[in-house]
Write a protein that binds this ligand. Structure first.
Ligand SMILES: [Zn+2]
Length: 317
């Protein structure tokens, strides 16, 4: 029997893992694979192409990751449906396929050219994380104190992403860059895999003001399950994840909450969730604790499906 949840997960680093280790998406020994996603009622996974900080040629690395993504799509075309617009979003849902959306983590991949951004769109990329943890000529990273914020080129990137229909991901940006992005973007933004600073004081997490701004602009926050972002003690379990969910709820965030696990991008997992096959335990626990079904459904997938409907173009029009 399948787990009774339809999950949208806004961030994993599985493509990088497959790319670097020569593993398969169908089944592998790490956090995320098709066989485990198939144990759920439904699944949509955003697949990030993360650009290694030491990569000599960022563009070439990005293209290599896109190639790995497309090769997996080809190998698993009976189970996967790529999502690029509202039409393919509904196709994935209606035909009971695993939805797969290509994203980029670290706009260094653009090599400073808007032309590359437009080509990324044509290659199916629908969300771009502006930075990883460091400055990149587009914006200031979460672990930097340079004060660079969003650069002039970064402003052009955000505007062009708005125009193209690409989702701006602020998960790894610094506070200053975050506020610059909110001032620049005409569309809501997503923090695909970030938690709350109030519960765990890590620079990768969002403070209350940032969370309120995302709520006000109808953006999205994907809850990250990396213990380092969940708890100050560096080990964590499902109760810690729920603490972050509760905090966002306490700020009025029931419509912006989703999942952004960070599977295959993290060196440890919560003690009671080791991989995607065990993610259901989080929602089982919430059910047991008395959370409303409608809220659980909103967090597992409802909010992200609404967000994608709003953000992705219908390419037939
Ligand atoms: Zn990340």
């Amino acid at each position: 029997m399948k787990h009774p949840y339809f999950i949208v997960d806004a961030h994993c680093d599985t493509i990088g893992y497959l790319f670097n280790q020569g593993k398969e998406l169908k089944t592998n020994d790490r956090h995320l694979n098709i066989d485990c996603m198939n144990q759920y009622k439904g699944y949509i996974q955003f697949f990030a192409s993360w650009i290694d900080r030491n990569a000599e040629n960022c563009l070439s690395q990005a293209l290599g990751m896109f190639d790995a993504f497309y090769r997996e799509l080809e190998k698993n075309k009976d189970t996967l449906q790529q999502i690029t617009d509202s039409d393919t979003l509904h196709k994935a849902i209606n035909e009971n396929k695993i939805g797969a959306m290509l994203t980029v983590e670290d706009a260094r991949a653009l090599c400073g050219e808007l032309a590359n951004l437009r080509m990324f769109y044509k290659l199916g990329v629908r969300a771009v994380g502006l930075t990883w943890n460091h400055d990149n000529g587009v914006a200031e990273g979460a672990l930097s104190n340079s004060g660079a914020g969003l650069t002039d080129f970064g402003r052009d990137v955000v505007r062009e992403m708005n125009r193209l229909g690409m989702i701006v991901d602020v998960s790894h940006t610094s506070k200053k860059a975050f506020w610059d992005v909110l001032e620049t973007s005409e569309k809501p933004v997503m923090a695909s895999h970030s938690n709350t600073e109030a519960i765990c004081a890590h620079p990768r997490n969002l403070d209350d003001e940032q969370i309120r701004a995302i709520i006000k602009s109808r953006g999205m926050i994907g809850i990250n399950i990396y213990p380092v972002f969940l708890s100050d003690s560096e080990t964590a379990n499902i109760d810690d994840i729920i603490r972050h969910i509760d905090h966002i709820l306490s700020l009025g965030g029931e419509k912006v909450l989703g999942m952004g696990t960070d599977f295959d991008g993290i060196s440890s997992t919560p003690t009671d969730i080791n991989n995607v096959g065990e993610l259901y335990k989080l929602f089982d626990k919430m059910k047991k604790m008395g959370y409303q079904d409608s809220l659980i459904t909103a967090i597992t997938h409802g909010n992200f499906v609404n967000f994608l409907e709003k953000m992705l173009k219908n390419e037939k029009n």
